[in-house]
Design a protein around this ligand. Structure first.
Ligand code: SF4
Length: 216
């Protein structure tokens, strides 16, 4: 029997907790997609392409979304029929094609916004320091998934060449973004920044070591 003295592993229970949150987020995604007149996979593609002016290849889209290439191809074709994305020849490779969001795609994305999501309501109920801790924990989990090649490198501060962690003595704004030349705090760390430029592997490792160790 499972009792407080004999629980399942903490990893198992964290996964149970995350799966409950993921379930609610799926409901949020369905509702947003419905308002936008598309399905959740198509919504995820538009979100991924927003802020990526050069677009992405089909293979990259599939990898980012964790779906098969045929699934990504079908969803892209449906979005193309709706005028939400367009295919462009890549400048570097004449045979290569990238998929980019159109103005209609951006409009559809905005149409999905409106009602506050259930997941947002849950995070808003947390205290400010709990929100910040959760953000940092998520960044650490995402980074581990990247290290394990489970997901591609995300446009997070911690992998960005402009990021200087704990560069300032100010505890409220310890980090520095060299892109905008400004200090910022833990709660402003980005998960998906459109100005992100991936640092090379050695810089990423050094940056991560400083970020992970904090001020110690
Ligand atoms: S450019 Fe964006 S990702 Fe890079 S450090 Fe600045 S805020 Fe973070």
């Amino acid at each position: 029997m499972e009792t407080p003295k004999n629980p399942t592993s903490i990893q198992h229970r964290i996964r149970e907790g995350l799966s409950r949150v993921a379930m609610v987020m799926r409901v949020d995604d369905w509702n947003r997609a419905k308002r936008a007149g598309i399905n959740p996979t198509q919504l995820s593609i538009l979100e991924l392409l927003e802020g990526r002016g050069d677009g992405l290849g089909v293979k990259e889209i599939a990898f980012h979304l964790g779906v098969s290439q045929p699934t990504a191809t079908d969803s892209i074709a449906a979005l193309e029929r709706k005028g939400c994305v367009e295919k462009r020849q890549t400048e570097t490779d004449r045979r290569g094609v990238s998929v980019a969001i159109t103005t209609a795609g951006l409009t559809a994305l905005r149409a999905g916004d409106g009602e506050e999501s259930l997941a947002n309501q849950a995070t808003e109920a947390l205290a400010a320091h709990e929100q910040e801790d959760l953000l940092v924990m998520l960044i650490k989990m995402i980074r581990q998934l990247q290290v394990n090649d489970a997901i591609p490198i995300q446009r997070m501060c911690t992998s960005c060449r402009f990021f200087a962690p704990f560069a300032h003595a100010d505890a409220a704004q310890p980090h520095h973004c060299k892109f905008v030349d400004a200090a910022f705090g833990q709660r402003d760390l980005r998960i998906d920044c459109r100005d992100h430029e991936t640092a090379d592997a050695a810089i990423r490792a050094a940056t991560w070591a400083v970020f992970e160790n904090g001020r110690d």
